[in-house]
Design a protein around this ligand. Structure first.
Ligand code: FES
Length: 156
């Protein structure tokens, strides 16, 4: 396949890449950039494990063609902590630890990226509103009530 240029800022670093037009943002992150914190669950928009932010909006990276992010700012779970991977955890990451908002942890990066967007977009007024906003993020371990508790804690 023919490769096309892509200029995108990922976790604060400008990337000049060559990609095939058919490549999803999820595969670009995981396969080409080795940012494997973003998970592939279903690969068709059903589970939320691949949630990242593009220009501050949450998206399913599996449903986003990488080429559509040209000129955008992408944030993944690796870019959430202040000062990078060795830096200080984001308050939402701290809250997930405090409230046991996970069990196996596979869905957690997507849950946390959605949770941050939930508060930022003003959809965390009460537990019902949080559950509605977070309904696209599936957790097979059933950590849902603790996830809601974590989000309620951070929004205080
Ligand atoms: Fe993207 Fe499931 S991997 S929604």
């Amino acid at each position: 396949f023919e490769q096309i240029p892509l200029k995108v800022e990922i976790n604060g670093a400008m990337q000049q890449l060559k990609i095939e037009p058919r490549v999803t943002l999820l595969d670009l992150l995981r396969e080409q950039l080795n940012l494997t914190g973003t998970k592939k669950g279903c690969d068709y928009g059903q589970c939320g494990a691949c949630t990242v932010h593009v220009d501050g909006q949450r998206v399913n990276a599996c449903l986003t063609l990488a080429m559509t992010t040209d000129g955008c700012k992408v944030t993944t779970i690796e870019g959430l902590a202040e000062g990078g991977p060795e830096g200080k955890l984001h308050p939402m990451q701290e809250a997930f630890i405090k409230h046991d908002g996970f069990q196996c942890g596979y869905c957690t990066p997507g849950q946390i990226m959605s949770a941050v967007a939930c508060i930022r977009e003003g959809h965390a007024k009460n537990p019902d509103e949080i559950r509605e906003y977070m309904s696209g993020n599936i957790c097979r371990c059933g950590a849902y009530s603790n996830i809601v508790d974590a989000i309620m804690d951070v929004k205080q």
